[in-house]
Design a protein around this ligand. Structure first.
Ligand code: PLP
Length: 481
């Protein structure tokens, strides 16, 4: 295998040479501009994008690390936070920062909870956070990074189960988490119940509204039935909301908000004994990209409530049309009752991963999920143009899947996949997969397609963790082609 070798360029390359590379390779990326990706990219349309980029470009090189040097960025950031505090029904005590994304917002909220508990909950020996099984993996990342215990509580009808969460609370619990909505199924957790449990137990409650934060408030204002999820809910102490999702800002922007200044101070990092001077840093990064702050400020002001309402209305309308179309297909079942602009579906009769493969070939991109096997769609503004085309392709694809004789080809596909994986993964891992394959009846019972079928079987086991680590090593290493 020839890999990981590429010499550092000796000579400057021309823009044309660079563009040749981009043109040769970028066409293989997902075609989100034409509404083909129901994930990853949120676009407010060309005109608004142009407006946001104009401001972004002005701050392309700027660094918000030293507020004394860039007072205009400080003004923009504090304005964004104040405007979002208003959007999320907070009072004048709410504090927050712009971060690089939802993950950083969550990392910071967890770090804040840990340090808050250190000071305010002296009886806590090993701090623990309680999340629902559907909570975003960024929480797990935070627990891993910061050495915090956690309990991931099974769901009740795909939503957080407040009764089980109540039972799970111990002396060591420092924070409860609720999602508004959860990413996998787009369903709202029982936020007021969870927040009131937190309050009764004198602990913190974080609402993860990374995906919902910049669309739920507008759907509420438009009269759609959406329960309260923000600082209006008694007991909520922090909120994360991603500007770079339905806030339609440039990538690399989210906010984390706290109920008051006292709480946010636990987020900050200060070191006063450095030779380089007194160093205080509000978020995880040192250097802070000015473009993302300015671009977020531009998005919020340039789009405004008026624009967000217009986009939210079109997006929910598009979502309802898509859900309606999915429901008309007998083989597919929408999971839960999504009230926002995310939905997922499963099937008791066909293999959704095979359906996914066929839809991918027709140019559609979305996410495959497991536990249970389902396909996930995040709808945004630009999808209004593709509803009919997508539903037509979906219908045809379901018929194509039905034509397969699954019981016959199931084994063959699995063998094929394992052979493919052999090239990538170490031997020990492969034998583990094969062992779990042959001992598993579930795969055949559910007609679960190869890759994700294995994932379902292996899920939660260390074997799967190891496979994923090997896979990540591979895709994060240069491969010569
Ligand atoms: C996207 C998302 C996150 C993580 O945000 P990133 O910007 O991808 O780091 C966390 N929680 C939820 C519910 C999300 O949808």
């Amino acid at each position: 295998m020839s890999k990981s070798t590429l010499n550092f360029p000796k000579k400057s390359k021309s823009t044309k040479e660079l563009m040749d590379f981009v043109n040769a390779h970028k066409s293989k990326d997902v075609d989100w501009k034409n509404g083909r990706a129901f994930c990853l990219v949120y676009s407010p349309g060309e005109e608004r994008t142009k407006m946001i980029k104009e401001i972004f470009d002005l701050y392309y090189s700027d660094n918000a690390l030293n507020p004394g040097a860039t007072p205009s960025l400080t003004k923009m950031e504090t304005q964004v936070i104040a405007m979002c505090a208003d959007l999320f029904n907070g009072d004048e005590n709410v504090r927050g920062n712009i971060t690089s994304g939802g993950t950083e917002s969550i990392l910071l909220a967890v770090k804040t909870a840990r340090d808050w508990a250190k000071k305010n909950k002296p009886n806590v020996t090993t701090p623990e956070v309680i999340i629902a099984a559907s909570a975003h993996p960024a929480f797990i990342k935070a627990f891993q990074y910061f050495g915090i215990n956690y309990k991931a509580i099974p769901l009740d009808n795909y939503k957080a189960d407040a009764d089980l969460i109540k039972e799970a609370i111990t002396e060591n619990t420092i924070m409860l988490v609720a999602s508004a909505p959860s990413y996998p199924h787009g369903l709202m957790d029982p936020i007021s119940k969870i927040a009131s449990l937190a309050k009764q137990n004198n602990i913190l409650c974080h609402v993860d509204s990374c995906i919902g934060g910049f669309i739920l408030p507008f759907l509420q204002k438009l009269g759609h039935e959406i329960e309260s999820f923000d600082f209006q809910v008694d007991g909520v102490t922090s909120i994360s909301a991603d500007l770079h999702k339905y806030g339609y800002s440039p990538k690399g922007a989210s906010i984390v908000l706290y109920k008051n200044a006292e709480l946010r101070k636990f987020q900050f990092s200060v070191y006063t004994k450095w030779n380089g001077g007194v160093y205080g840093s509000p978020t995880m990064g040192g250097t802070r990209p000015g473009g993302c702050i300015a671009g977020s400020w531009a998005a919020i002001n340039g789009i405004g409530e008026e624009g967000y309402l217009e986009m939210a209305e079109k997006t929910i309308h598009t979502t309802k049309a898509l859900i309606h179309g999915v429901k008309e297909i007998e083989e597919l079942d929408i999971i839960g009752e999504p009230k926002m602009t995310i939905f997922s579906f499963k099937s008791d009769t066909i293999n959704v991963y095979q359906l996914a493969d066929i839809l991918n070939k027709k140019g559609w991109h979305f996410e495959r999920q497991h536990l249970p096997p389902s396909l996930h769609f995040t709808v945004n503004y630009i999808h209004k143009e593709v509803v009919d085309e997508f539903l037509a392709d979906l219908k045809v694809s379901v018929e194509e899947v039905k034509k397969f004789n699954l019981s016959k080809i199931g084994d063959k596909i699995q063998v094929g996949i394992v052979k493919g994986l052999k090239k990538v993964l170490p031997k020990g891992t492969i034998s583990k997969i094969q062992k779990s394959q042959s001992s598993s009846e579930d795969i055949h019972k559910e007609n679960t397609a190869p890759m994700y079928g294995m994932m379902n079987v292996l899920s939660g086991s260390e074997d799967l963790d190891e496979i994923v680590l090997d896979f990540m090593d591979k895709i994060n290493t240069l491969e010569n082609d």
